[in-house]
Design a protein around this ligand. Structure first.
Ligand code: HAS
Length: 547
């Protein structure tokens, strides 16, 4: 990867970690407030911190990190960026950063305590939405720059399948661009007119629907780069090839098809949407589980192949031969391990009737901490350990390795404690998104919440360990940014496994076919319910016209 491309990638990663630093601090405050351990000053509000925590970690940290990873991998696998691609990417970066700054100023000044999900009836200062619009447009500009880089590679290699990294990047970007249409629609046509007083009502049901049209694929925008690491980096660390090139590509295509027409599983209890559409989207949600099961299968396959090549004996002997001492691997392995209960929790959430039990409880908070907060985040940490030194030309020093080991273990422990407590508390009825913990002094609440895990203290202990672990990660990043340059032996490589596309069907790279099917599924799942929501607005049905 050339120097200018490295600079682009590294700048994105640096912003990601700046957001991470502040976002995790807000997370620490969060658990203490819930535990009644601190009282906030009058100028600071619980929901302000909750919004900052969600936006900075779930949106800013992830997006910048993902782009940093994409830039590095695309430059490595398809060759250095042309001046045009690089310049467009920088423009995207600046637009995105301008948007982020506006958004953060609004949150910090208490003008946008609307949470990272920001749908109506909550309302923020109009500039919050303008900031968000800039962020999305910035990602689109950068996304199109990367797609342009891919297209020019394809022109130069007519008839060949692109390298797996590039294929996966392009799938993720297409998914992102289509998904953002929902959030752009609600921001431009609903929130900005409302916030600036051009209209005085908002269709709440429509705003929630457009948000979740975007909100669910958003989670796959986080997950797919992690899967890229699982498919492409893990086998290299194990010393084997990608298990199956065609399986990996098919899994990504299935995400493109099924991750968007499923937003109603976040709205299972919303009024104004007919049960039929909710059920249809429940079925489609079960379809989007399949590529994750395929990924799990692939991972077990590479583990076993590599373990057996290293003479692991018996049914599970291969397990002991995995490279446990390599912290880059350990971090990714623990990430996968968290995704087993994370995925099971997702299936429970998606199971229409069971959703009634968990919806709007702390269970959901537990769920997203063991999906995005552990599998995705820990994969990004595992990548950071080599990616930052790779980009800076510095070593992954012995000190950094030791700290990384402690970091990975403490993050797992903290996340285990906190998310288990959240799941259990949620099942006992503790609501999410509430600043209070007393539950109106309800007698049942007082006895429910004094178990080992069904306890806000456990959550706070977990949260504190997580914060300390996050600070350790910042130290590791700083060491890799400012330490001495690597000697010849210390140079860090980009660990990318070989993937053999010789028996992969070319159809998998016919984008218009897949975009067409995705569009069909989206229209089938959304056209009529959205028309109905608009009709409710027209006819002024109660609950839709105002908020
Ligand atoms: Fe979810 C709510 C359903 C996956 C994130 N989810 C959320 C929210 C977030 C989130 C942020 O149906 C809260 C939004 C809010 O603020 O309101 N989720 C699912 C389903 C899946 C799923 C069906 N979610 C994710 C991922 C996320 C994420 C991934 C982030 C990255 N989720 C829901 C539903 C709700 C929801 C409802 C709404 C709840 C409500 O009522 O509000 C599926 O994609 C999960 C499929 C995953 C699997 C696991 C495969 C396992 C793998 C690991 C293999 C392990 C290995 C290790 C190889 C089937 C790939 C080897 C181990 C050895 C022992 C050797």
């Amino acid at each position: 990867v050339t120097k200018p491309d490295r600079k682009l990638a590294l700048t994105n990663i640096n912003i990601a970690y700046a957001a991470f630093l502040v976002g995790t601090l807000c997370g620490l405050l969060q658990v203490f407030i819930r535990n009644d351990a601190i009282q906030l000053p009058a100028w600071l509000d619980y929901y302000q911190i909750l919004t900052a925590h969600g936006v900075l970690l779930a949106l800013v940290f992830t997006t910048y990190f993902i782009f940093g990873f994409f830039y590095t991998g695309m430059s490595k696998t398809l060759g250095s960026f042309s001046d045009n691609v690089r310049m467009t990417s920088w423009i995207g970066f600046f637009v995105m950063t301008l948007g982020t700054i506006i958004t953060v100023i609004m949150i910090v000044s208490g003008e946008a305590s609307v949470l990272y999900t920001f749908y109506a009836p909550l309302q923020a200062n109009g500039f919050f939405y303008i900031g968000l619009a800039f962020v999305v447009v910035g990602t689109w500009i950068s996304g199109f720059a990367l797609i342009g880089h891919y297209v020019s590679w394809k022109k130069r290699h007519k008839g060949s399948l692109s390298p797996l990294f590039a294929f996966m990047t392009v799938t993720t970007l297409i998914l992102w661009i289509i998904a953002c249409l929902g959030v752009v629609a609600t921001v431009l046509f609903q929130f900005i007119p409302l916030a600036f007083g051009w209209v005085d009502t908002i269709n709440v049901g429509l705003s929630r629907t457009l948000f979740w049209y975007f909100g669910h694929p958003l989670v796959y925008f986080w997950l797919l780069p992690a899967y890229m690491a699982w498919y492409l980096i893990v086998p290299k660390l194990l010393g084997v090839n990608v298990f199956s090139d065609s399986l990996a590509r098919l899994a990504f295509i299935l995400f493109l098809l099924f991750s968007i027409p499923v937003g109603f599983h976040h709205q299972a209890v919303d009024p104004g949407i007919d049960h039929f559409w909710k059920f249809l989207q429940t079925v489609l949600t079960f379809m989007v589980i399949i590529p994750s099961l395929m990924t799990a299968f692939s991972m077990f396959a590479v583990f076993e192949i590599s373990g057996r090549e290293k003479k692991g004996k018996g049914l599970f002997g291969w397990f002991t031969k995995l490279p446990w001492r390599d912290v880059r691997f350990l971090s990714l392995f623990l990430a996968m391990l968290f995704f087993i209960p994370g995925g099971i929790g997702g299936i429970i959430n998606a199971s229409f009737q069971l959703n009634e039990v968990v919806h709007n409880t702390l269970w959901v908070v537990g769920h997203f901490h063991i999906t995005v907060g552990a599998p995705v985040a820990m994969t990004f940490y595992g990548l950071t350990f080599w990616l930052v030194p790779y980009l800076t030309g510095r070593p992954f020093s012995r000190l950094a390795k030791k700290l990384a080991l402690i970091q990975v273990i403490t993050w797992s422990l903290g996340m285990f404690l906190m998310s288990t407590a959240q799941h259990v508390l949620g099942l006992l009825g503790a609501p999410r998104r509430t600043a209070f913990t007393e539950y109106g002094g309800h007698e049942a609440a007082l006895t429910w919440f004094d178990g080992i895990f069904s306890n806000h203290v456990t959550m706070a202990v977990g949260g504190t360990i997580l914060f300390l672990s996050a600070m350790l990660l910042i130290v590791i990043v700083v060491i890799s940014l400012v330490g001495p340059k690597a000697t010849e032996e210390e140079i860090v490589e980009f660990p990318l496994a070989e993937s053999d596309p010789s028996s992969t069907p070319k159809l998998l790279e016919k984008w218009w076919v897949w975009i067409g099917i995705a569009a069909f599924l989206i229209i089938a799942a959304y056209a009529i319910p959205i028309a109905e929501l608009l009709h409710h607005m027209e006819s002024g049905s109660r609950g839709f016209r105002t908020w």
